[in-house]
Design a protein around this ligand. Structure first.
Ligand SMILES: Cc1ncc(COP(=O)(O)O)c(C=O)c1O
Length: 348
């Protein structure tokens, strides 16, 4: 039998949110946009379809240009990936050597641990404090073997965020040779006024990589498109380990159109805000800055997941995130939110 690399034999499989098998079942498990895709993206895909016999642009040039304007950075500060997941993998592929330590929070997005182990890094875990990233806790676990620090802001699955002041004091004490990854997959939903401007560190020339995605607010999870913003030297290395023609034409065309779909973005944000208000009025979740809530249900999340599914609602039990008595639920349309709350009250 052919034996894979040790790192591969020891990997844990990613457990995704379950997809519904029946039309009537609603999925609130993966923080997708409940309104569907941006209508402008759909039109752009139709137009682009005729071109799919031709390879896409290697660097997704048009989208990079658009993002560079939006964020006031150079195109050389951007890498576009098959979802921000791919950018996470590029970071580990470019920077990790066997035995390097990688600081990762407990109860967070599992891909940080996955890419670390895949490239022979050693994950070093830091507990959450009050359901929030404990930045001083990260600083206290760093050693001369630390190579990468993964921060998720807002955090999935708790929905909490750390503040600009907290990040400032953390960055002031971080050695210059660490790579700090700030995953902002849910940044567009944040309402808190003290959310950090993390691009500030990129502009200062620090080793910071900011990640964003088109999978959430822009409604394009199924197409796979995300991006990283960092200083030129870092982006150069990320592109070196990237397969050619990585991001497909349809994804790039859709992302580019969605970015300009102001009406859809506005409607999506309002849906989220209204849904959040309703869910707060009915339940007592952790206060969220994202498009999902995290709820301590004080009993087995796996059981509640099955019972909710029988009621036609798929949520995410947080067992695989290390919180077996809690669930994460995407904020849906008002109709979906009401259906979820009624089902949960029945089940509990
Ligand atoms: C915190 C976080 N980062 C990254 C991702 C991956 O997003 P993408 O679809 O861009 O790969 C997700 C997806 O759920 C996420 O929750």
């Amino acid at each position: 039998m052919a034996k894979p690399r040790n790192a591969v034999s020891n990997l844990k499989e990613y457990i995704p949110g379950k997809n519904p098998e029946k039309a009537k079942v609603i999925k609130l498990a993966s923080n997708e946009n409940p309104l569907g895709p941006s209508p402008k993206a759909l039109l752009a895909i139709k137009k682009e379809l005729k071109k799919i016999s031709v390879y896409p642009d290697q660097n997704s040039l048009l989208l990079s240009r658009q993002l560079s304007k939006k964020f006031n950075v150079s195109e050389k500060n951007l890498v576009i990936g098959n979802g921000s997941d791919e950018v996470l993998q590029l970071i580990a592929a470019a920077y990790l050597s066997s035995g390097d330590e990688v600081l990762i929070s407990r109860n967070t997005f599992s891909t940080y641990e996955f890419v670390t182990r895949l490239f022979d890094g050693n994950p070093v875990f830091v507990d959450l404090k009050n359901n929030t990233y404990d930045l001083p806790g990260f600083a206290s676990k760093s050693t001369d073997k630390t190579k990468i620090i993964f921060l998720c802001n807002p955090n999935s699955p708790t929905g909490t965020s750390f503040t600009a002041a907290e990040l400032d004091s953390f960055m002031a004490n971080i050695p210059d040779n660490y790579i700090v990854v700030i995953d902002e997959a849910y940044a567009e939903y944040v309402e808190s006024e003290d959310y950090p401007d993390s691009l500030k560190y990129v502009r200062q020339g620090k080793n910071v990589i900011v990640l964003r995605t088109f999978s959430k607010l822009y409604g394009l999870a199924g197409l796979r498109c995300g991006y990283g913003i960092a200083k030129e030297e870092i982006i150069k290395y990320l592109k070196m380990v990237k397969l050619p023609f990585g991001v497909n034409r349809l994804a790039v065309a859709a992302a580019s159109a969605a970015l300009d779909d102001k009406a859809f973005v506005k409607k999506s944000l309002k849906t989220n805000k209204d849904g959040k208000k309703y869910l707060y009025s009915q339940l007592s979740p952790i206060k969220t800055e994202a498009n999902f809530i995290c709820l301590d249900i004080k009993k087995s999340a796996d059981e509640v997941f099955l019972r909710l599914m029988a009621e036609g609602v798929i949520i995410r039990p947080l067992t695989s995130f290390g919180i077996p008595n809690a669930i994460r639920v995407t904020i849906g349309t008002m109709e979906q939110n009401k259906k979820f709350v009624a089902a949960l009250k029945k089940v509990l």
